[in-house]
Design a protein around this ligand. Sequence first.
Ligand code: FE2
Ligand code: FE2
Length: 147
Amino acid sequence: MEITKALKEDHKELKSMLDTINSSEDAVEIRTTFEAFAELLGKHSKAEEKVVYDALIGTGDDETEVDAHEGYTEHMLADTLLKKLKAGTDPLSAEWRAEAQVMQEILEHHIKEEEDTIFDDVKDNFESNEREEMGAAFEKLKEAVAV
Ligand SMILES: [Fe+2]
Ligand SMILES: [Fe+2]
């Protein structure tokens, strides 16, 4: 699958899981959805860094490199919040709910920037056959990476 298409599929799933997490009142449903969310986010982000961001950093184009480093920085922020959420014991507590809402805000911003900017960087720097290969590498790495 072409890399931007593969990324977009995950983005859609991540956003939908966050909607469930932030609208449900059922602690079991929130916890189950959060576990799946944490696993997908971890795998997606690690594979995206290696296959997409590192390739963009390798282009040598200044603006493209900044976009990729911005992605790394946002992943780091999301990861910090993910660790806090994982450590929380009550998904119905005010604190956990607030953190989950901020996670949604951060990720919606991050995903929008990826789809608006990173996708263009990828299309500007890599031919269609290369983007297909990146998609295959992304799927493979996602399976292999431990989170
Ligand atoms: Fe992404
Ligand atoms: Fe990302």
